[in-house]
Design a protein around this ligand. Sequence first.
Ligand code: HEC
Length: 484
Amino acid sequence: MYHSRTLRQVAFCLAAGAAFICFFTSLGRTESPAKIASDRLLYHTDPEHLWNRLHDAIFVRVGPDGRAYGHDRLEPLLWRKSKHLIEAPSNKRTVSLLEEFLNNKGEKLIDDPLKRAMLQRDLWLVFTWLEGDHWLDNEVKEEELRAARERLRLPLATVISRLALTRDQIERLPDNYAAAVASGEFAKQFDPKHPDTPYLPADLFDTDGPWVCLGRPDGPIAPTHLRDDGTNVFTNSAFLLFLRLPAGRAATVDYLQRLRAFDQPLWIEVGNAKYPVEKYLPNPKIPTFPVGTEVALLRRALLVASPTAPIATALTESVQLRVYREIPEITAPTITAGLVSGTADSRRAQSWQSFHEFQLSRSLLFAGRAGGLRAIGPKERDFPIPFALSYRDEFEDHESGSNDQPFSERSQHPILETCFVCHSFPGIASFNSYFNFRMHLDESNIGAQPFSLFEMSVSKVEDAAVKSKEGRPHWTSLRKLLAE
Ligand code: HEC
């Protein structure tokens, strides 16, 4: 029944955590130079304004095709192997811009709290990346990395703190999700007749509405998205998870209770094969939810407040939604359809769910358009996101990929097609927040316990995210630098 060679490859990919590199194809916008020029005026109408120059020094990368990328991307184009900001020219340029900022009281040049919040958010991401592990090749020596880091970290931390808003100011930042819904630019609910039409649920935050906000008593929501243990994640965010069964709130709460009461193994052994993917299946007895069930994952920025503390905000950075349109039984063939790409079964499996994503655009946010949220188009591409276990810097490693494709295609992948890579199993088996998804399948994960999910208030879920941030080494080092 299994095509064992393909499965072996899948097993390798999964075991190496490389499934996401094998399949992964996410991409940022590819823009014409003219478009880039107008976007350059992100913080101020003067392209030479210090804030514009600082932003560009970090975000804009030039591809081997001579085009500029990443200007308004959610994350800076930085990976674990990036030399950008480490190698002398970009390191020195950024340090000198940060020093110009400090010497000229750059924080006083713009006092729009939203712009301050965004610039701080972006610089804090760079700080978190800088403090993480770097895998540099022999061209960059360990001492060079250390020196580059030392040059950058103090001015970076100081600018982050100069931009800090007070708790009160942060609480008064606009709720851009609400603004996006109110703008009327997007459908307000899923339409089964048009499953690919992007929608932003208008009632997502209604405390008595059909969407139930979920939390874990033992840690933050979305631990995989927050992980920074040797992979390439540098998120400074709180994640909010919502579940909505078609029969409404009471049915959703009841379902959660049944899920928590399930006390049998998550995986059952079905064969005696060598690789876990051939040997185990998700337990078909796990309570399932009906067709029409929707899940949403909101990512909202944390900011560094004054006095120094990480604090949750209502600034939505992205919204991901999935709707279950078909829920086949969990069987060896349906699991294979989710794992082995390129087959007719796999293509069919891709329509079991409909996938949607919205991302924050600074230029739209500052222009007051739809809360800055924009729907990702069906063919839109992006470079691997930090979460995708991708280490390579596409702009520096020109040997990568086949050269018969343009850079913009070979190094970027269609965002909405990548969702299936990690959410390909039928029904509950693709609900990763329950399944304690570990990015790879090996014997230790087979024994994993599911996460216990409870109905929880948004503020409690945020408290858990803040607490988790306070425990991270990069937070400790930021705090120490600011206390010196
Ligand atoms: C690299 C793997 C990966 C990719 C690609 C991915 N996700 Fe997820 N997703 C996860 C994990 C893991 C979780 C569980 C939260 C955690 O632990 O971080 C999750 C959680 C979610 C949730 C909350 C419900 C759940 O299943 O837990 C939604 C909604 C979601 N993802 C939508 C999407 C959409 C839409 C896309 C594509 C735009 C996507 N995801 C791409 C791994 C992935």
